[in-house]
Design a protein around this ligand. Structure first.
Ligand code: NAP
Length: 288
């Protein structure tokens, strides 16, 4: 089995390489391979790939508000072109999307996990670009697999990619800073290690093309997540809960974006709880 991984130095890419093993993987990374340059796609045919897994993305949610073009190039046009290319070459294409394709239903506070059939009404340019990517990928290649996930953190091989929420909280606690964390946004933080293992499990079952939700089990606010990080890591900084509005980020995020895992459950695939995935991540940081 030959797996091509685009963005193998990123958080998820690094754990996918670890899960599949170096010997099964071909890496497609910048500067040699840039997803926004289709003239380089012929490189993808050299390794007789069974799967191409695209982890590249424009992930800077606030910056995307002022960079429509950048966000759409990476999150919509590039995956669509890759999907079309893979269809032509007989390579199974896998790419990732986000819980931010969902919005806030008018007049009610949602508290039920979203399933794959629920209507997407993204609130941000990032969410709109990822949603457009999903639609374009499946339009060009109905056999493609689009995995929506949420709140990723992991150990990227590329050190410039090491800036996730957990690492940031630990750094702020070490610096003894007062920390403001959003408490009115409910998510499921997800470790890329647990996601990568479950992606491998899902693909082994040869699922049909379409959208799949994959994140750790359970839910919490970013504030509760931060508090759990500090408890587990043995820090006691001053943490102040703030609303999204008070925090003042440029892009709007959904107040509740927990993903239902019922569909992957039908394949016998399940991720661990966010607490146990976090505990493993912190143990690994200590042993590094
Ligand atoms: N992070 C989250 O919280 C989150 C939440 C929901 C969904 N997701 C989705 O999950 C997937 C994986 O996210 P992640 O957090 O693992 O991402 P990441 O750590 O930011 O890694 C992205 C990778 O893509 C590469 N890349 C960026 N632009 C590229 C280009 N033009 N050509 C080739 N490679 C390029 C980067 O390479 P360089 O190192 O060279 O820049 C990096 O290796 C993405 O689709 C993301 O949208 C993420």
């Amino acid at each position: 089995m030959r797996i091509g991984i685009i963005g193998s130095g990123g958080q998820l890419g690094s754990d996918l390489v670890a899960v599949y093993g170096e010997e099964s993987v071909l890496r497609f990374d910048r500067p040699g391979f840039d997803v926004t340059n289709p003239t380089q796609f012929d490189f993808l045919t050299m390794g007789q790939l069974d799967y191409l897994i695209n982890t590249s993305a424009y992930n800077e949610v606030d910056k995307a508000e002022e960079d429509l073009e950048g966000a759409f190039q990476l999150n919509a046009f590039a995956p669509a072109r890759l999907a079309e290319f893979c269809m032509k070459e007989g390579i199974r294409f896998v790419t990732f999307s986000t819980d931010y394709v969902f919005g806030d239903p008018v007049g009610v506070q949602r508290d039920l996990p979203w399933n794959e059939m629920d209507e997407s009404i993204p609130l941000s340019i990032y969410g709109i670009s990822k949603y457009s990517g999903e639609r374009m990928v499946l339009n060009r290649n109905p056999d493609a697999i689009v995995i929506r996930t949420c709140g990723l953190y992991g150990r990227a091989r590329n050190v410039s990619r090491r800036k996730n929420f957990v690492d940031l909280m630990l750094q702020l606690a070490k610096d003894k800073r007062t920390i403001r964390v959003v408490s009115d946004q409910i998510v499921t933080p997800t470790s890329t290690w647990s996601l990568a293992g479950s992606v491998q499990e899902l693909l082994k079952r040869h699922p049909e093309g379409g959208i799949y939700h994959m994140s750790n089990m359970g839910e919490c606010s970013w504030y509760q997540f931060a508090q759990t990080i500090f408890q587990m890591a043995g820090y006691a900084p001053e943490v102040i809960p703030v609303t999204q509005k008070e925090y003042g980020a440029k892009a709007r995020r959904p107040k509740y974006s927990v993903l239902s895992k019922e569909k992957i459950g039908l394949f016998g695939v399940a991720l661990p709880s966010w607490q146990s995935a976090l505990s493993r991540y912190l143990d690994q940081l200590i042993s590094d």
